[in-house]
Design a protein around this ligand. Sequence first.
Ligand code: BGC
Length: 744
Amino acid sequence: MRLTLKSNLLLGISCLLGYTGLAQDYEAQVEALMAKMTLEEKIGQTVMYSGEWDQTGPYVGTDNMKYIREGHMGAMLNAFTVEGTRDLQKAAVEESRLGIPLLFGYDVIHGHRTIFPINLGLAASWDLKLIEDTSRIAAEEASAEGIHWTFAPMVDISRDPRWGRISEGPGEDVFLGSEIGKAYVKGFQGDDLSKFNTILACAKHFVAYGAAQAGRDYHTTNMSEGELRNVYLPPFKATIDAGVETFMSAFNELNGVPTSGNKFTLRDILQDEWGYNGFVVSDYTSINEMIPHGYAADGKDAARIGMNAGVDMDMMGSVYRLYLKELIEEGKVDQAIVEDACRRILLAKFKLGLFEDPYRYIDQDREDTTKYKPEFLAKAREAAASSSVLLQNKNSALPLSKNAKSVAFIGPLVKDHYDIIGNWAAKGDRKGKAVSVFEGISEYLKADQILYAKGCEILKDDESGFEEAIEISKQADAIVLVMGEGHHMSGEAASRTNIRIPGIQPKLIKKIREANPDKNITLVLMNGRPLNLSNEVDLVDAILEIWFPGTMGGAGTADVLFGAYNPSGKLTVTFPRNVGQVPIYYNMKNTGRPIPETNPKEDYKSNYIDAPNSPLFVFGHGLSYTSFEYSDFKLSSDKLTFNEALKASVTITNTGDMDGYEIAQLYVHDVVGSVTRPVKELKGFEKVFLKKGESKTVSFTISAEDLKFYNSEMIYGVEPGTFEIAIEPSSDFKFTNSFELVND
Ligand code: BGC
């Protein structure tokens, strides 16, 4: 550590100030420090500005150094690297009156340097350990570059593929989303925040941002309190159970009240009901945005509403810096509320150990030696392979043979290094480091076995490359198309009304099929949302969904294409047949007029006249190169009491020719409730490895606790009655077993 001298000096300063680094003393030390702070300095802790190393929202010019020296800024976003953060921290610690260290935050969403698949892709692995490992690595790399805090995980449930930010979340399911949220928090924060390689996590965007009307980003959200509590809140609560230290309020309004000024969600639920002790940061200028929302008259009014509602830190808005003092003097904001915000923020800094050594994350040696470690890259390769989902595999088009005379690789994303790491890719290298699909397959095929043509761009209309692409497709034994969206087509402010494969790519797929009626064609898809693949399912044999697979994406994809890794991912979000079915998700309600199984077209039923109700690919769907058989479903009893648990088990046999993972999913259906219940709900899952020919029994324990929901009085409880139950490979099944929940 090159800064040892300075650190020791500062350690001296810290000791003089009386900071012990002992966890049990933190609260007392916060109080002692606050006793020395002026009101302006306390307000200063609630202010965050950008260092502009990266831009993640509208440009806001600020006088950072001045505010830091004055003690009028508590945190910075988009400032990182040892060199970048050193001077800023030095100004805070050595030049401001009380030397309070800055907190540096950044969007480390699916990796920092080593980039893993986008979050929707990682979710498709259903592998909580893997997700925890990836966020641990992200924290290692980020903390080595001065970063103390990530704005992740995003745990917004979303059921709308038009919404670009569906790519950043866990998908559509509450149970899975909650488990995934916990795994991220554990990875980022580790088991001890005071270690130099752990960072604060941030559960965002609180709340219901994923339910934006018409899938348009930042749009209005309207929902019943029951829906909010049963679907959108649980993943946030789960992150608290996992110890998340910070929360971010959202951009959207919820039932008429912007979520960055929403007392009901921020104070009544988050603080009072859940007892949350961490701090809440606004989203980027989301406090100010209450003005155009029509909820605040001006900046001062917005500051009043935001602080009173429970947003402790103002990201980029300047309104806390400009108006809080005045608002306190006028009696419009209670000073105690601002002090509470300051206290929460300082406590986080103590927990990170910043008062013991403000430079502990600023270590040149660590920065130089931590990024892109071979074991990180190996994990990224594994993550890319296990996040990919084999949607379709007609004629066993996959895996490809290494002995093929030639394979044609066609499409704008075959040689791509840029889009492959996806949106919100932090400091991931979009040039040299990212392994393209072309480089990946070159590990399996010799140069003379590979034919390549780009064919077209993702979005441009130029068809001049079609001829070459068609020509090489005709020469090859097998054809692989690597197509999809550009990375900028999902993520923030990237909603789409058309969710087909963009541009003229679909036209090229059609032409290649016409030129090769009998050849196996595989479509490898890179994208950040469920796409409408209704035309493509009939044109190609295999479809491999690889999302934006990250730095080692090309290598992991090649492992799957050639069978070195047997695909095991399953969808955590429904793929509709067309955009008109949206929102569509597996656990909808039945309605009073469900479609009769025997006559799906019957009149006056809840159906469409121009498309089936069913999606193209269901939640939980994903194929393997081997096959699995489920048999011998057993329930330990057909009665469940409030005090005793029930065991459900099934035997899974690998009946195919390859070893592989299977993801078994436990679903229940509460048949009659005081409020209607979804047709099925995921309540458990297990990813199990089975050698070919091997059988294993997978069991789940169900207790009354697992069956609770919020009723119309917002009471969280469980109601006696019949529950259907099944353990299945996907959500596409009909229940045949049930149990009764009875009073003891
Ligand atoms: C996004 C957040 C992000 C923040 C800081 C906002 O625009 O909504 O998810 O953490 O910017 O970059």
